[in-house]
Design a protein around this ligand. Structure first.
Ligand SMILES: [Zn+2]
Length: 158
C-alpha cells in the first residue's frame, strides 16, 4: 500500500496535493521524486526554467539537475508549507521525499520549496495557513527577512 494518495489540496485550492494514507513515522521515505536527469548546461540553456522559479528543478550535484516537471512524477504535487512535515533528501542521483516529523493519516504532505528571497518573492503567495506562515513561499532560512519587512511596514502604519 502506498503511503500517499493524490487528492484536492487544502493549501492550493486550484490544485491537488498528496495526503498520508496511514500514520507515517519521522524519517520514512514516502515517495521517490522522479524526473529526467539533465546536465547543468541543459538546465542553464533551457527556456523552460527561465521565467518562473524552478519549482520542479533540483540540483543533484555539481554536474546534474533533476527536472521533475512530468506528470509521472506524483511527488511534484506536494505543496509548500511554512511548517512542512516532509523534506527533499537526495542520495546520489536519487531524490526522496522524507517525513521530518510523525505524520497522521489524512494529513497533507508538505515540503519547503526552498525559494530564495529576491525581488519576485511577492509573486509566490503562501496559503499554508500554518501559525508561522510568513505569507510567501520562501525557504525557512530566509523568512526572517520577510518578517522584518512586515514589522517595518507595521511600524510605519501605526
Ligand atoms: Zn505559509
Amino acid at each position: 500500500m502506498k503511503l500517499y494518495k493524490v487528492k484536492k489540496s487544502n493549501i492550493d485550492r486550484n490544485g491537488r496535493g498528496l495526503y498520508a494514507t496511514k500514520d507515517i513515522k519521522e524519517g520514512t521515505r514516502i515517495i521517490n521524486y522522479v524526473g529526467k536527469i539533465i546536465t547543468k548546461k541543459q538546465s542553464d540553456e533551457s527556456e523552460k526554467f527561465d521565467n518562473s522559479k524552478p519549482i520542479y528543478l533540483f540540483e543533484l550535484n555539481s554536474r546534474y539537475d533533476l527536472d521533475g516537471s512530468y506528470s509521472f512524477n506524483k511527488a511534484r504535487l506536494i505543496n509548500h508549507s511554512c511548517s512542512n512535515n516532509c523534506d527533499y533528501d537526495g542520495q546520489g542521483l536519487k531524490l526522496w521525499v522524507v517525513a521530518i516529523k510523525d505524520i497522521k493519516k489524512g494529513e497533507e504532505l508538505t515540503c519547503d520549496y526552498g525559494f530564495g528571497f529576491d525581488q519576485d518573492f511577492r509573486n509566490f503567495i503562501c496559503k499554508c495557513k500554518s501559525k508561522n506562515c510568513c505569507g510567501y513561499i520562501v525557504r525557512a532560512e530566509s523568512r526572517w527577512r520577510i518578517n522584518k519587512k512586515f514589522k517595518k511596514i507595521n511600524r510605519i502604519n501605526k
